[in-house]
Design a protein around this ligand. Structure first.
Ligand code: UTP
Length: 476
């Protein structure tokens, strides 16, 4: 049989070893290997190897002229209350005319949580144990009802979890959403390479591939046809959030309004860092552009620097991975061009592989590199970016780890605190300790109230008011 052209291309690129065991494979496995290989952009891998793997490679981070990024403060922190009100009105108007869609990135591997299954299927609420996907679905449903326009929901999956994610929604009747409004698409993959840039095999016929990072969402939105669907539906505002954060106000009128009023192509939410070394990205400004610098890249002295004028951290603005994109901007980033592309970052990992004889190798130290793009790297390319402040307790409590910080436990507590705050703000007497936690579990369905305003409206209408006690579940 003649050698497939793709094999020749790999040989020319110095990656011929990927097909070293080709002749030993069954026809179906050969076909699969050829298909996987066809996903790989050999020029891109060559470029990444030369730039990111070279001995003298640096993070490319230049700190010249770095300053904290300006952001819009909350009214209670000195921001202009009138502009916040105008923003909310503008955001509500955009929702009423159907310009907005929700977007969840759910293609991650969720290694730290160590849960077997798509992370969105992980149960998180205090009483009903609703899954992350159910919480988002109910919030999106409720927003659609409030503004009289159902919102489309785009969900980015990975090759590994796509089928399981789709079946989960089908098994749960899409949590009451119109299934025509829920769109799943897979993100791209990148091969892992060894420290010399050779593509790693996981098995004789299997290339070690992994998702290309949440930044891969921009090109996946384009390639999958999601942007075309949005164009047809008159949607130009995409509200981006992560699958691991059930507290997020995924659709926030004031945030949408800031984005619209400023003619922004990409908007972001910040919270003041809880402490100097908090492991979040830092919103910075450089050469007139907004950028996010990961905590691992920003020198400690910057992370800890105090601004004497205010007696607080100078680089205070932490990124919590909540953004709004203009859909035309996504298209521009996805298509790319001279100097317009998200950079890749390298992550050194222990990657199970095989040796030249085909024997399994389980490394005990990093033996290879994965390449990932980060969505916040789009920020410097955006025109008129806006960064607004939000209260952490209203927007951010991710489930990242099995225990400790950012775990199911801390997230359930943060939900309990939120339900307690909403009840108290509306005159209900809820016992709570000094850190805002009630002595028992209660739960509010997003269909009853998904933010302060919707909760207040629903609570007002509720008659008689229920007794606040263990197990209280508020639903419509
Ligand atoms: P994380 O950075 O927390 O990564 O993703 P992760 O893969 O979920 O978890 P660990 O690091 O293996 O424990 C933040 C968000 O970005 C999404 C995740 O699904 C999550 O919503 N993500 C991450 C993607 O959609 N694709 C990726 O390639 C990476």
């Amino acid at each position: 049989m003649a050698k497939p052209t793709i094999v020749e291309a790999f040989e020319r690129a110095g990656q011929g070893h990927v097909f070293a065991f080709f002749d030993q494979l069954a026809p179906a496995a050969q076909k699969q290997l050829l298909a996987d290989a066809a996903e790989i952009d050999l020029q891109e891998i060559d470029h990444l190897t030369r730039t990111l793997l070279a001995k003298d490679a640096t993070t490319g981070l230049n700190l010249d002229g770095l300053a904290p990024a300006p952001y819009e403060r909350l009214p209670e922190k000195g921001g202009d209350a009138k502009t916040w009100t105008a923003a909310k009105t503008a955001g509500e108007a955009a929702l009423r005319v159907g310009r907005v869609a929700a977007f969840t990135v759910a293609g991650g591997q969720g290694t730290r949580l160590g849960y077997d299954g798509p992370k969105g299927t992980f149960p998180v609420t205090p009483i009903r144990k609703k899954t992350l996907f159910q919480v988002f679905a109910e919030k999106i449903r409720a927003v659609g009802v409030r503004y009289g326009k159902p919102l489309p929901w785009f969900i980015m999956t990975s090759h590994a979890n796509h089928a399981a994610t789709e079946s989960f929604f089908a098994e749960h009747a899409f949590f009451g959403l119109d299934r025509g409004h829920v769109h799943f698409f897979r993100q791209g993959r990148m091969p892992a390479v060894d420290l010399q840039g050779k593509i790693l095999l996981e098995d004789k016929g299997v290339i070690a591939m992994s998702p290309d990072g949440h930044g891969g969402s921009l090109r996946a939105l384009d390639r999958s046809g999601a942007l075309d669907l949005m164009d047809k539906a008159g949607i130009d505002i995409l509200s981006y959030f992560q699958v691991d954060n059930p507290l997020v106000r995924g659709i926030d009128p004031a945030f949408i309004g800031w984005h619209v009023l400023r003619g922004s192509e990409m908007s972001s939410k910040m919270v003041p860092k809880a402490y100097a070394g908090e492991k979040v990205g830092h919103f910075c400004a450089q050469n007139g552009q907004a950028i996010v610098i990961e905590y691992s890249d920003l020198p400690k002295s910057y992370q800890e620097e105090i601004d004497p004028a205010i007696g607080a951290l100078r680089y205070i603005a932490g990124s919590i991975a909540i953004h709004i994109f203009d859909t035309k901007f996504i298209r521009r980033m996805a298509v790319g061009g001279e100097g317009v592309a998200l950079p890749f970052h390298r992550a050194d990992k222990k990657i199970p592989t095989i040796d030249a004889a085909g024997n399994a190798v389980k490394p005990d130290k990093p033996n290879g590199v994965k390449f990932e793009m980060f969505v916040f790297d789009a920020l410097p390319f955006a025109k008129n970016p806006v960064i607004i402040e939000t209260r952490r307790e209203d927007d951010f409590s991710p489930v990242k780890n099995a225990d400790g910080l950012d775990s199911p436990r801390t997230c359930a507590d943060d939900q309990l605190r939120q339900f307690t705050r909403w009840l108290k703000a509306n005159g209900a007497a809820v016992p709570a300790d000094t850190i805002g936690l009630p002595p028992f579990a209660i739960e509010v369905s997003p269909l009853f109230g998904y933010d302060e305003d919707s909760f207040a409206d629903a609570w007002k209408k509720l008659s008689p008011k229920p007794e606040i006690k263990a197990g209280l579940y508020l639903q419509p």
